[in-house]
Ligand binder design. Structure first.
Ligand code: G3P
Length: 218
């Protein structure tokens, strides 16, 4: 499973990259705003800065909600760097724009997906990635993992090449469960990745090894 980090924070992206396990980055307008990145030029420059840190795919979201606007913005984003994946919302114009970019060989990520039907449509439109929002479904007492499972079944039934990018991942167990279900990618905060490191028996075991070594070499 590929690991993407879901942030626009350059320090956190660098930390995940330095860990050696990072495959890409996803962002959205809320995450950009959280870092205080505003204005078209600053946003485009920030995407370029992210691409300099990581080697993999970097999802950059359009703001337009009409087809022509999405094409214009998506082309501007894609021209920044070959790593850019044009992120499009799951609305009618987004599906049409997805088909346009897919026909041109430009990678796409269809976002704000909350149902299997939406994921099927994204795959039909040639999306490179589909982003079901796991955590936001859990937030409303709906099983987000079940959606990942159902999309996996449908994509496997027909051999769709669209990669399932489990998004709105909030914690380490989301990551582990997505891996068990065969999600192709997960995107989450740095804490969801670093949480995988933790086990008390590892810490206790290491402490004992070092104590025994120290005794033997005293
Ligand atoms: O990848 C989508 C993600 O940014 C949404 O996450 O935690 O705001 O639901 P969250």
């Amino acid at each position: 499973m590929k690991f993407f980090i879901d942030t626009a924070n350059l320090e956190q992206i660098k930390e995940a990259q330095d860990l050696g396990v990072l495959d890409g980055v996803t962002t959205n307008p809320s995450l950009m705003a959280k870092e205080g990145i505003t204005g078209e030029k600053n946003i485009l420059d920030h995407y370029k800065a992210i691409c300099e840190i990581v080697e993999g795919d970097v999802s950059a979201e359009v703001i337009a909600t009409d087809y022509e606007g999405m094409i214009k913005q998506g082309e501007e984003l894609a021209a920044l760097n070959p790593q850019i994946v044009v992120k499009l919302p799951m609305i009618e114009a987004g599906v049409k724009a997805c088909k346009y970019f897919s026909d041109k060989g430009i990678k796409t990520n269809v976002t704000l997906v909350f149902s299997v039907g939406q994921a099927l449509l994204a795959a039909k439109a040639g999306a490179s990635y589909v982003s079901p929002f796991l955590g936001r479904l859990d937030d409303i007492s709906t099983d987000g993992l079940n959606l990942i499972d159902e999309i996996r079944t449908v994509y496997d039934n027909y051999g769709f090449g669209t990669e399932i990018l489990a998004a709105s991942v909030r914690n380490t167990m989301h990551v582990v469960n997505c891996a068990k279900l065969g999600s192709d990618v997960m995107t989450g905060p740095l804490s969801s990745i670093k949480g995988l490191l933790k086990h008390p028996l590892t810490d206790i075991g290491l402490e004992k090894f070092l104590a025994d070594y120290a005794k033997g070499n005293a």
